[in-house]
Design a protein around this ligand. Structure first.
Ligand code: ATP
Ligand code: AMO
Length: 488
């Protein structure tokens, strides 16, 4: 036979042809001693293979061998393509293979730690099955993650990671087409790049060091090195100490940094065009994957505008305040003396503070109702809640030339214009409690002439989680690292 045929390519036009395929034994059904059906899966496509005892070609011994295969074993099958009399249930391909030869290439253990059929069911299917009295095990997240190699074989998980791959390639393609240069910055650095406590510290041949919390310092230094426009796709390490649905200790950062001529809006223009192009491309090119995810975890397609909505932080606060007042009027919520707190839903609004998770969610809802989009930019944040390297607003230094970007009410991007004046940068770092000595090379790089610049950082796993309306970031990280998990 020689040539390999992909399961996906097994169609009626191949009737009577002998083909050779390799795949996993997804289901094995013996029928008496002379016949067994084996469903073979390759790359999400499945075909039914019939092993039937025949005087000259197939022995009963071979039928016995096929019937005893364990699920998920890898097998090679040689056989003749035939068209069955009735439609085949439980396989994607509508042809059958009359098996002539069958080899087991790699045998899976007889009892798998996860039943893949159960792991692939949606909540609705699970409920229905339980009501019908079916025996099934709800596979919980820890079990899935403990046996991730099996878990990622489900159609939804295959979809998630193909979508993730597409997000990365759409990001890269767009930026290359806009003359950005792809860079690779060190992940072992001398001091913290973002400040705060979430740093993994380590010993670097006797010197204190840490894992990079972002490529922030080196992507800016690359701008000082005259690359003009740069981007990086790489690991980011955060020693998060709490267990949320959207924080990991290691995630993939999609980072951008660029010279600007006049205004941080030039950076937001890139965010706008990049993400509209990315969402369009996902919707066009990942239909099958999005469908596979939606079958197990139903979600509505993301609503976004051709030109991304931009609101200032003050406008956002205003929308929340109006909402609070209405709630107060109709006595929906308990509001404190200043009228700034929605106690029972946990929303707190401070004019120069950050929005908490509930306020971000609520604003997402309000924006959707008013503007019909689930993707928007909030900019001109209070300076006090932004990192030391953020440029204050020229007209009012209580605010900053910075922005966050949201999908369905949750942050996926932070960005800003940066301080490019070394003396001021030093002052800002010290004021934010950063040991300036540990970032002296970074600050010095602005002493040899530094162009005005800005950039942003995107969390890859968050983009996929929120685009697909998933409820937990661990679903979009292949081997997630969180405060309780460093394996597998
Ligand atoms: P980043 O840290 O990258 O800016 P983020 O989404 O973690 O992104 P933060 O600015 O750290 O955003 O926090 C925004 C809000 O998210 C906080 O006000 C808080 O409500 C919530 N939050 C952040 N970290 C945690 C955490 N570890 N546990 C619970 N809630 C958190
Ligand atoms: P920031 O700290 O906001 O900004 O991070 C940028 C984006 O990274 C994602 N993110 C995370 N994803 C998973 N787990 C985490 N623990 C986590 N923390 C952050 C979010 C967030 O929007 N240097 C700046 C970016 C810049 O200004 O260029 C920075 O790191 O999607």
């Amino acid at each position: 036979v020689g040539e390999w045929t992909r399961v996906e390519a097994l169609v009626a036009a191949l009737e009577n042809r002998t083909v050779l395929i390799r795949g996993r034994a997804q289901a094995i059904r013996p029928v008496g001693k002379k016949m067994a059906f084996v469903v073979i899966r390759e790359n999400g496509f499945t075909v039914q293979c019939l092993v039937q005892a025949q005087p000259d070609t197939v022995s009963t011994q071979m039928v016995k061998f096929a019937a005893a295969l364990s699920r998920e074993s890898i097998v090679d099958v040689e056989g003749i393509v035939s068209i069955p009399a009735a439609p085949i249930k439980g396989a994607t391909q509508q042809v059958e293979i009359q098996v002539r030869k069958l080899y087991c290439v790699s045998r899976a253990v007889p009892t798998l730690p996860i039943n893949l059929e159960d792991a692939a069911r949606s909540e609705v299917e699970i409920e229905k099955a339980l009501q019908a009295g079916e025996q099934l095990v709800r596979v919980n997240q820890d079990t899935r993650l403990n046996f991730r190699v099996l878990d990622v074989r489900t159609p939804a998980n295959q979809g998630i990671f193909r979508i993730q791959s597409h997000v990365g390639s759409a990001f890269r393609q767009f930026l290359l087409s806009e003359n950005f240069v792809e860079i690779h910055t060190p992940k072992l650095i001398a001091g913290s790049s973002e400040g705060g406590a979430s740093v993994f510290r380590l010993d670097y041949k006797g010197q204190p060091a840490c894992l990079a919390q972002s490529p922030q310092l080196h992507k800016q230094m690359s701008i000082c090195g005259d690359f003009g426009r740069v981007f990086e796709i790489g690991p980011v390490f955060r020693a998060e100490d709490s267990y949320t649905h959207r924080h990991l200790c290691e995630f993939t950062g999609l980072d951008v940094e660029m010279e600007i001529k006049k205004h941080y809006f030039e950076v937001m223009d890139i965010v706008d065009r990049l993400f509209v192009a990315m969402f369009d491309s996902l919707n066009q090119n990942c239909k099958k994957d999005l469908e596979a995810v939606g079958c197990q975890y139903p979600f509505e397609p993301l609503k976004y505008l051709r030109q991304t909505l931009r609101l200032t932080y003050e406008e956002g606060i205003q929308m929340l305040k109006v909402c609070l007042k209405i709630c107060k009027l109709i006595n929906l919520q308990v509001v404190d003396k200043k009228g700034d707190r929605m106690m029972d839903v946990g929303i707190e609004i401070e004019p120069f503070g950050d929005l908490n998770t509930e306020a971000e969610r609520k604003l997402g809802q309000l924006v959707l109702e008013k503007y019909g989009t689930e993707f928007y930019i909030l900019h001109r944040y209070p300076l006090a809640v932004r990192p030391f390297y953020t440029m204050p607003c020229y007209d009012n230094p209580a605010y900053s030339n910075s922005f966050d970007v949201f999908i369905r009410g949750e942050e996926i991007i932070s960005g800003a214009q940066r301080v490019h004046v070394p003396e001021f940068l030093e002052q800002r770092a010290a004021a934010c409690g950063i040991d300036v000595k540990t970032i002296s090379a970074y600050i010095d790089s602005f002493r040899y002439g530094a162009p005005p610049h800005g950039g942003f950082g995107v969390g890859l796993e968050r983009v996929v989680m929120l685009f697909c309306g998933l409820n937990n970031i661990r679903k979009t990280s292949l081997f997630p690292r969180d405060p309780l998990r460093i394996a597998p």
